[in-house]
Design a protein around this ligand. Structure first.
Ligand code: ZN
Length: 172
């Protein structure tokens, strides 16, 4: 089932999410819904608070195009255990801020620990777009958006555009 994606500004996107004590079928169904929602958007990552669920769950798939098989990742309680000193700049966007993009500097490589869909502990090093995406999504679980890395003026400009967009959407 496709879920509704919350748009910035929304107080639920600013909350620190609670860790998940245990996996259950309801959470697995939520993860499947989030993957479907992300693919249909389309996007490369989605965090539970973006669909209004304040729990530590993210999904991502940074495979682009049709030449490679999809690689859906479901991460419960993801944590960054280490990050490289080397940095990388990516032009980021977010499904909660449609049509807004900006360069964000983050560590080029991160090691992430999480629990997968089957409840198994996983740990992996990500680089490239995967590293940026993992950090962007995990930030969502701490109530942080990519625009929080920008200068206040730029952030306010994007927020104003979003307020306007939401007002127009509410009217239509
Ligand atoms: Zn996002």
């Amino acid at each position: 089932m496709k879920r509704k994606i919350l748009l910035h500004p929304d107080p639920r996107l600013k909350k620190v999410c609670a860790p998940l004590p245990d996996l259950n079928d309801e959470l697995r169904a939520l993860a499947d819904d989030m993957l479907q929602t992300m693919y249909e958007a389309p996007g490369v990552g989605l965090a539970a608070p973006q669909v209004g669920i304040l729990q530590r769950l993210v999904v991502m798939d940074c495979i682009k195009g049709d030449t490679e098989a999809p690689r859906p990742m479901v991460m419960f309680n993801p944590e960054i255990v280490s990050a490289s000193d080397e940095l990388n700049v990516y032009e980021e966007g977010c499904l909660s801020l449609p049509d807004q993009y900006a360069d964000v500097t983050r560590p080029a490589e991160v090691e992430v620990r999480w629990m997968d869909r089957d409840g198994n502990a996983q740990q992996q090093v990500f680089d490239g777009l995967w590293a940026t995406c993992a950090q962007h999504e995990i930030d969502h679980l701490d109530g942080k958006l990519f625009i929080d890395y920008l200068k206040p003026l730029k952030r306010q400009m994007m927020t104003r555009k979003m307020v306007k967009m939401k007002r127009e959407l509410a009217r239509s």
